[in-house]
Design a protein around this ligand. Structure first.
Ligand code: LIP
Length: 284
């Protein structure tokens, strides 16, 4: 309990709790809507960076539902959405919204896609929610409060999750993802060609947000990807960090579009060193 008088707006941890409740509610509503739309058939509304980088009508409907819900509850907050761009705010809170992360899986009816919502306070992620409406699983995190896994029919408060304790890169199951541009994919394939014989195996499931959450509960040991954006990484990155992973870029940089690496502490150094040798962020 804080000693804050009732008439002052909440701040710090109390505010984070309210932000989490809002994000959970909107992720669940948007995700359930998107799943219902999938059952009725998928419509490609547009393409983005390449002819295979699609936006469905469900991406647009999901983002509209989430952003209008956020702004109705918190009109002064900023929002960065995958499909709608940036709307600046004045409250110090910025939301990162991926209305469907794993759109190609959604298009093909593969049950590996998610709604991802994160809140940043003064530039630092404080709340993250990743919801897979196809499986009913939800992952949540609050800065400093740990990460939780909520499964359908389970405890609504979820259960705490921790990442793998693996220390050997040659035993690691490593998830990654690929961009849409052919040149980028060719460079990413080169990195995987070298890494594949050096680790247990590689997985490519198609949703960065879920990859990070799976790594956070030990379904993978580590994850890396070039080209993932703030809305892909915001919520899953906090879930991974709060589950004990180190999340970064290479060469002392933060995780971002150049590269995002998430690994347990003992694996993070060796994996980053190898990815730097392979110039996985193309900045070496
Ligand atoms: C997807 C990412 C995934 C990446 C895909 C794609 P989208 O995002 O989450 O990690 O490998 O190519 O970019 O486009 O489905 O929102």
């Amino acid at each position: 309990m804080t000693d804050q008088p009732d008439d002052l707006p909440p701040d710090g941890p109390a505010l984070d709790g309210l932000l989490l409740d809002l994000a959970v509610d909107l992720a669940r509503r948007a995700g359930d809507h998107v799943r219902a739309l999938r059952e009725a058939g998928v419509r490609v509304a547009a393409t983005k960076s390449s002819p295979t980088d699609v936006v469905t009508a469900a991406d647009q409907a999901s983002e509209h539902l989430i952003v209008s819900g956020l702004l109705a509850a918190r009109p002064d907050d900023g929002v960065l959405g995958e499909e709608g761009g940036e709307r600046p705010g004045g409250s110090g809170i910025r939301w990162l919204v991926d209305p469907i992360d794993g759109t190609v899986n959604y298009l093909y009816g593969l049950p590996q896609y998610a709604v991802s919502i994160a809140a940043e306070r003064d530039g630092q992620a404080v709340v993250g929610v990743v919801y897979n409406p196809a499986s009913g699983e939800m992952f949540t995190a609050r800065r400093g409060q740990g990460a939780r896994w909520h499964r359908p029919g389970g405890d609504p408060d979820g259960v705490p999750i921790r990442c793998s304790a693996l220390t050997r890169l040659d035993r690691a199951l490593v998830a990654t993802g690929f961009g849409y541009a052919p040149e980028r994919r060719a460079a990413q394939a080169e990195v995987v060609r070298h890494l594949l014989p050096e680790v247990r195996d590689i997985r490519r499931f198609g949703s960065a947000a879920l990859d990070l959450c799976f790594a956070a509960m030990g379904r993978f040991d580590a994850y890396f990807e070039q080209g993932a954006q703030a809305w892909d990484l915001g919520a899953g990155g906090l879930v991974a960090t709060e589950a004990g992973m180190v999340v970064s870029g290479l060469r002392g940089r933060p995780a971002g579009p150049d590269l995002a690496v998430a690994a347990p502490p003992a694996l993070h150094g060796p994996l980053c060193a190898r990815l730097a040798e392979l110039d996985a962020d193309n900045t070496g």
